[in-house]
Design a protein around this ligand. Sequence first.
Ligand code: PEP
Ligand code: MN
Length: 337
Amino acid sequence: MIIIMQPNVPEIEIKKIKDKLIKLGCEVNEYQSQNYRILGLLGDTSKIDPGLIKSNRNVDKIIFVNEPYKKVNRLFHPEDTIIKLLDKTIGGDHVAIIAGPCSVESEEQIIDIAKQVKKSGASFLRGGAFKPRTSPYSFQGMGNDALNYLKSAREITGLPIVSELLSINMLDKFIEDVDIIQIGARNMQNYDLLKELGRIDKPILLKRGLSATIEELLMAAEYIMAGGNERIILCERGIRTFETYTRNTLDLSAIPIIKKKSHLPIIVDPSHATGLWWLVEPLAKAAIAVGADGIMIEVHNDPSNALCDGNQSIKTERFDTLMNSLREIARIENKIL
Ligand code: PEP
Ligand code: MN
């Protein structure tokens, strides 16, 4: 339930109504926009008599929230969540570009790619250190060494780093080393992990599960937010359908739907969505055109010899050209890139 207060209600009156609701067993979340104040109620609201609340002259109206996700719901927080990180911004009018290889393969490789994507205008560097591979015999990532190489690349280029956390065991190390913690599609519903992420003060990039609905993605984000961490970036990375031509099917409609339903920023990963390098470019453009807050792209300096996902990685030169097109689309959309 959401209570929208009349404008300019004195603090003392707000406190009175809040105390009453807390006494009835609700958690009250406050949101203050430029023009109005909202009280978002969580927990068992069955003991609350809506008629009684409405009769309070300081209350403008009551909205019943039917969706199971509350804190990530736009009704609880009508304005976009904007995440600031060093000198970078994600959400609002900004388009964030996260680029880099699927996996860190050596210090030289990640530094070379970092320099090139930075020159082309990327705002963040991605690179897998621990890889969730379908086969246990495939390259599993360089682990801690990769994190050190990513840190060197950050030091040289100034690009904040994004890397995937696979398990709670490594959480402390990631809090120390990484700027944005990526939670991959396979871990989207690892609720123990999500609860731990709720307790930390670090932005989380939460990818949509392989077969997750939009509501399930938002509920996963709700787990993190319920713990107190509000800096969440959602990521559409394609879902499993009957189509086999592409690795996954990019659900572009999820972008405007999520922007309508939630205040959290949502970005698109056209690389894992398609699995094919030549599809990355058109779908990255489409993502910005439908209102995504950014994209995450796999870029490699030598895709044909990449240890992971070379087929879907674009070359650094191609990334440079793509950035020019993305800037044009962002301009038409009145976004900053
Ligand atoms: C990745 O980004 O490297 C990755 C493994 O993606 P996903 O979790 O979307 O499959
Ligand atoms: Mn990959």
